[in-house]
Design a protein around this ligand. Structure first.
Ligand code: SAM
Ligand code: DTB
Ligand code: SF4
Length: 336
């Protein structure tokens, strides 16, 4: 087998990854790992392109779950003011603004344990309204049933975000109000409804490399690899159990991105939460290692994200452009 054949083989999606194999990838010399990931990235994508998503919290705080990282859980005193579900017109206005700012996908997030049937018509109206603007639609509303997933799909939903967050062994240390299997069940409903899956996790919660490999193994052995794979760096929030976690070393974060690219080669890997505290150089290394999506706009759900001008300058300096766009920089693509 020559080097070219080996590279092409390594770029084909596999569903039989073991945790040990994934741990071995983590242990490669850093430059070797990044090089391999960059090769696989180029096999499926134009490495100068970035998919651009923007988030909106359509229902903030007061959540019944106890995810140890989350500012929005009712179990922790984080000083966040809970709000009720936003009006549809306000959501559509925010989506128009996001589109004008260069977003390609608009992601609506709700601090719910699960979506209730009583809220479904309003959420469907939001999705249809956002879709009608010519944006891709994504929602993250907690657990849901098969019929609920079908209703969202019929309303025009393109993607559903539902993260596995960490490896199965560490998961119970992070949240106790639901199980890993609950998450997998919702992901099955998402797939069965014909929705694209957005599924990834968080690093920086005190997990080990074994847990990170466990998360990536869980993602890579799903019946279908995630279409979008967000890698979040914990946004530490005072008042949450994980608010005082030690930050993850930048090089280890890049390894996580690179291994995600290798085990889910066709996924759009999102450099998700945490860019606010990353240097431009660290972000550039993540793009080299296979990340090809970011959240844009100055706010994620409740925490900060780089503003549009900062990102426009970064993309211009890196010579990167929005996925599918002809022009070379974000600022040119959206006008001023
Ligand atoms: N309530 C729904 C759920 O949990 O599925 C949707 C919203 S929830 C905020 C979406 C995802 O955001 C979580 O699964 C988690 O991966 C990520 N997230 C939440 N808080 C975070 C934080 N402080 N830092 C990094 N990622 C975070
Ligand atoms: C994902 O993986 N990250 C996004 C989105 N999916 C919903 C959320 C990040 C939230 C960061 C913390 C906050 O802003 O509250
Ligand atoms: Fe609720 Fe989602 Fe936050 Fe967990 S991550 S507490 S489910 S909003």
């Amino acid at each position: 087998m020559n080097a070219h054949t080996r590279m092409v083989d390594a770029a084909e999606p596999r569903h039989d990854w073991t945790v040990a194999e994934i741990e071995a990838l983590f242990e490669l010399p850093f430059t070797e790992l990044v090089f391999r990931a960059a090769e696989v990235h180029r096999r499926w994508f134009d490495p100068t392109e970035l998919q651009l998503s923007q988030l909106l919290s359509i229902k903030t705080g007061g959540c019944a779950e106890n995810c140890g990282y989350c500012s929005q859980s009712a179990s922790f005193d984080t000083g966040l003011t809970a709000t009720k579900l936003m009006d549809t017109t306000a959501v559509i206005a925010a989506a128009m603004e996001a589109k004008a700012g260069g977003a390609q996908r608009f992601c609506m997030g709700a601090a719910w344990r699960d979506i209730k049937d009583r809220d479904l018509p309003k959420v469907c109206a939001m999705i249809s309204g956002v879709k009608a603007l010519g944006l891709e639609t994504c929602a993250t509303l907690g657990m849901m049933t098969g019929p609920q997933a079908k209703a969202l799909k019929d309303a025009g939903l393109d993607y559903y975000n539902h993260n596995l967050d960490t490896g199965p062994e560490y998961y119970p240390s992070v949240v106790s109000t639901r199980t890993y299997q609950d998450r997998l069940d919702t992901l099955a409903h998402v797939r069965d409804a014909g929705l694209n899956t957005c599924c990834g996790g968080i690093v920086g919660m005190g997990e080990t490399r074994h847990d990170r490999a466990g998360l990536l193994q869980a993602l890579a052995t799903l019946p279908k690899h995630p279409d979008s794979l967000p890698v979040n760096d914990l946004m530490p929030t005072t008042g949450t159990p994980l608010g005082g976690s030690d930050p993850v070393d930048g090089l280890e974060f890049v390894r996580m991105v690179a291994v995600a690219r290798l085990v889910c080669p066709k996924a759009v890997v999102r450099l998700s939460a945490g860019r606010e505290h990353m240097s431009r150089e660290l972000q550039a290394l993540c793009f080299l290692a296979g990340a090809n999506s970011i959240f844009i706009g100055g706010k994620l759900l409740t925490t900060a994200n780089p503003d549009r001008d900062t990102d426009a300058a970064l993309l211009a300096d890196l010579g990167m452009r929005p996925m599918g766009a002809a022009s070379a920089v974000l600022v040119e693509a959206v006008g001023d």
